[in-house]
Write a protein that binds this ligand. Structure first.
Ligand code: NAD
Ligand code: MG
Length: 360
């Protein structure tokens, strides 16, 4: 097992990474509040791992309530919060209870927000079961649900008491979901960790084979890199935006191609390839660096081209992103492998050239 700590003063918490951790009661005990526990999971994950977690919590003498939501982004609604809080109230759970999010980013975001809101805040633990959740959504304290008018529009910054990432759960993760998570992993190397990027170039075979040691390494590096950024900017005042490398293009690709065509990480992979191209056009990185980035995404089995659509379609969705950011399209660009820069100062012609260069 490997452990690291997210340093946020009184809101600090450990991240534990390794095989078999769902069965390791000593990881759970220190993070739980004194009262009962509710496990929140989804209809895919519950049949696989809920019984084991339930057993671990009961071995600690806990009363355990299981709440299972339908799998998928469609569950990220206020109705799910109503459902969860209703079950907690019916079971008589007080402020001394804990919630355990067992699942991917969808469950983590819902359970985290339910924990932030239930009786003005109760303890929660993240037990992520997708690669994306292990390296991204379970760390950093962003929680929330969607509104019909916008994704993640209702939520809170609310930190978990612990993140317990059992790498064995990745055995059952569908291949496409696994690769999609890898794109965020590669992102960390690009924005802040040149050594990690090189390590990924040398070890992609072991990663793709889901070798336990390789998985532990990529999760540990990703969490450490994300924790470093989050520690310096907990509520996204500025620096935290570098975590959005590839996301300006990526969001436009997700929206323009119709949500569901690409998984988020797939759209981000293409977005990162575009951000690298734009960085090279602006003379921030060399062509050889751009080539390495492209090769690593391709080697991870990720898509590298966006669907062929009129450029104006993509630009329109990038403008929507801009509105959300207070009037300026902000690009996260690279000044080398391992260094990101945030800039609003990008010539539109270069953006159009980049979009045209990476369409099918
Ligand atoms: P997800 O939670 O929908 O999981 C993907 C699919 O895999 C689901 O069908 C799920 O049931 C299934 N699954 C999960 N674990 C499995 C396992 N071990 N074996 C087999 N199947 C398994 O999606 P995700 O990609 O994990 O998360 C996406 C969500 O995360 C989005 O809603 C996004 O907004 C959110 N997110 C949040 C943050 C944050 O900082 N809070 C960051 C990034 C993404
Ligand atoms: Mg992302």
């Amino acid at each position: 097992m490997q452990s690291l700590r997210v340093d946020l003063g009184s809101r600090s918490y450990p991240i534990h990474i390794g095989p078999g951790l769902i069965g390791d009661k000593d990881r759970f005990a220190p993070a739980l509040a004194p009262g009962p526990v509710a496990i929140i999971s989804d209809s895919n994950v519950a049949p696989l791992y809920l019984e084991a977690l339930d057993k671990t919590l009961r071995s600690l003498g806990k009363t355990v309530l299981n709440i299972i939501l339908p799998a998928g982004e469609g569950s990220k609604t206020l109705a799910s919060i109503q459902e969860i809080t209703g079950q907690l109230l019916s079971a008589g759970f007080g402020r001394d209870c804990s919630l355990c999010a067992l699942g991917g980013g969808v469950i983590g975001d819902i359970a985290g927000f339910a924990a932030a809101a239930y009786q003005r805040g109760v303890a929660y633990l993240q037990v992520p079961t997708t690669l994306l959740a292990m390296v991204d959504s379970s760390v950093g304290g962003k929680t929330g649900v969607n509104h019909p008018l916008g994704k993640n529009m209702i939520g809170a910054f609310y930190q978990p008491r612990a993140v317990i990432a059992d790498t064995d759960t990745l055995d059952t993760l569908p291949e496409r979901e696994f690769r999609s998570g890898l794109s965020e992993v590669i992102k960390y190397g690009l924005i802040s960790d040149q050594g990690f990027f090189s390590w990924l170039e040398d070890h992609m075979d072991a990663v793709m084979a889901r070798d336990t040691a390789a998985l532990m390494h990529i999760i540990e590096r990703s969490c450490a890199d994300k924790a470093e950024v989050v520690t310096r900017d907990e509520q996204e005042g500025g620096l935290r935006a570098i975590l959005n490398l590839g996301h300006t293009f990526g969001h436009a690709i997700e929206a323009a191609s119709g949500y569901g065509t690409f998984l988020h990480g797939e759209a981000v992979a293409i977005g990162i390839i575009m951000a690298a191209d734009l960085s090279r056009r602006l003379d921030l990185i060399r062509e050889s660096e751009q080539d390495r980035i492209y090769a690593l995404m391709e080697g991870a089995g990720l898509p590298t081209l966006a669907p062929r659509l009129p450029v104006t379609e993509y630009l329109r969705f990038m403008q929507v992103d801009k509105k959300a950011q207070g009037g300026q399209v902000r690009f996260i660009l690279l000044r080398g492998i391992g260094e990101a820069v945030i800039t609003g100062d990008v010539p539109p012609a270069a953006v159009i050239q980049t979009l045209n260069a990476f369409m099918e």
